[in-house]
Design a protein around this ligand. Structure first.
Ligand SMILES: CC(C)(COP(=O)(O)OP(=O)(O)OC[C@H]1O[C@@H](n2cnc3c(N)ncnc32)[C@H](O)[C@@H]1OP(=O)(O)O)[C@@H](O)C(=O)NCCC(=O)NCCS
Length: 156
């Protein structure tokens, strides 16, 4: 087995998030993002009210999540957040979340997915590159701490 790969029988379950998952999702956001984490109101809106796709990876508890915002009459979706608990990284979980998300978005007729990633976030950039995303432009001073971001997209 490739280093870091999981035994397929140990794969986490990838499922749509439920409102009962809110606390776990919020906790995971707190762990994975320092300055750019969601306010709980934003997270609640994305989970419960927005036109969104929110998936979680569950293995005992919730160990990963992805939040995607859809818009009425627009065939583009935006990945708002993707994270995997530090203790479970490099085991293919983000890759599973992305694959499932892309499949669901295609089923919904979405034609393009976009996202922003920090210029220094090489793990995430490698992941998106492996999923066929390309850099559209650089966004200067995008984050609260002044860091630049890359705007990426992928046609579906
Ligand atoms: C980015 C993140 C979601 C990756 O999650 P993960 O479950 O560890 O990723 P995977 O195991 O599915 O890795 C898939 C691919 O991503 C890339 N990758 C993931 N972690 C990496 C790392 N530490 N260094 C380099 N490449 C990495 C690799 O190409 C990897 O494929 P490989 O294992 O065959 O080399 C995770 O590190 C994370 O939650 N980071 C903090 C939050 C964040 O930055 N989210 C993205 C915001 S845009």
């Amino acid at each position: 087995m490739r280093k870091g790969a999981r035994d397929s029988s140990l794969k986490p379950v990838i499922r749509t998030a439920k409102k009962e998952d809110f606390d776990s999702l919020f906790e995971l956001e707190e762990i994975c993002f320092k300055e750019e984490k969601f306010h709980w109101k934003q997270l609640k809106y994305l989970l419960l009210k927005a036109r969104s796709v929110v998936l979680v990876a569950e293995d005992g508890g919730i160990i990963g999540s992805i939040l995607v915002l859809l818009r009425e009459n627009i065939h583009n979706a935006r990945i708002y957040s993707l994270n995997v608990h530090p203790a479970h990284r490099r085991q293919g979980i983000a890759s599973l979340l992305m694959d499932k998300t892309i499949g669901l978005l295609k089923e919904k007729g979405i034609k393009k997915v976009t996202l922003e990633v920090g210029v220094n976030n090489k793990p995430a950039q490698n992941l998106y590159d492996s999923k066929g995303f390309v850099v559209d432009k650089k966004l200067y001073n995008y984050y609260k701490n002044g860091d630049d971001a890359l705007h990426l997209s992928r046609k579906l």
